[in-house]
Structures are given as structure tokens and as C-alpha cells.
Write a protein of this length. Structure first.
Length: 114
């Protein structure tokens, strides 16, 4: 599932994430237009039962859109997630584009998000 997700966005497909849409309105001259913009900083908090799939899909979606995610996986299974982040850096992701947090409870992440 994770490999299929990344393969889907390989090449030129990522640019379609931020596409704009324009629809005809109720009367002449009216055109509602939608734009997708990055939020900036986002938090990705993931459960233990999918140690790689859920965090990778959510984190990569945030990165593809131009956000800077703070990633916190469950402390019991953060090792595969850490290795994935290391692989992203090895493949060319700038280290300042993604932050990963190790914490055993939610209090630290709550303070960061607030």
C-alpha cells in the first residue's frame, strides 16, 4: 500500500495536489474558484498498529503539498519510522523540511502543537 502510494505520486503527479478548480456559477460572470494552499506547519501523530503505512502516507502527503510536518509515531514502534525518515534524507529530502519527535506521552507533542 505504501509503495503504491509513493509510486502514484512519482514523477509529475504531485503537481496535481495543489490544482485550482473553477466552476460555472448561477448567473453570467459568476465563477467560484477554489485554490489549495499548504498550511505550513502540521502535526502527524500516528498509532502503533500501522508503524509505517499511516505515518508515511500522512507525512508524504504533507511534504508533497509543501507543508513542514512534525512527525510523532508511537514510541513502541518508532524505529521503522526513523529508518524511513533517514531514507528520505538519504534520497535528498532537506533535513529542515521534516521534524521527528520521540516522546512516550502526548504532553510534549501537545506543547509543540500549541
Amino acid at each position: 500500500m505504501t509503495a503504491a502510494f509513493i509510486k502514484n505520486f512519482a514523477g509529475d503527479n504531485v503537481r496535481y495536489l495543489a490544482e485550482s478548480k473553477r466552476y460555472p456559477g448561477d448567473y453570467a460572470g459568476q465563477y467560484p474558484t477554489t485554490h489549495r494552499w499548504p498550511y505550513g506547519g502540521v502535526g502527524v501523530i500516528t498509532p502503533f498498529n500501522f508503524p509505517l503505512e499511516i505515518p508515511v502516507l500522512q507525512t508524504m502527503g504533507a511534504l508533497f503539498m509543501g507543508n513542514k510536518p512534525v512527525l510523532k509515531g508511537d514510541h513502541r514502534c518508532s524505529f521503522p519510522l526513523e529508518q524511513f525518515v533517514r531514507m528520505l534524507h538519504y534520497c535528498g529530502l532537506p533535513k529542515e523540511d521534516l521534524a521527528m519527535l520521540y516522546a512516550t506521552d502526548g504532553k510534549v507533542m501537545e506543547k509543540i502543537l500549541l
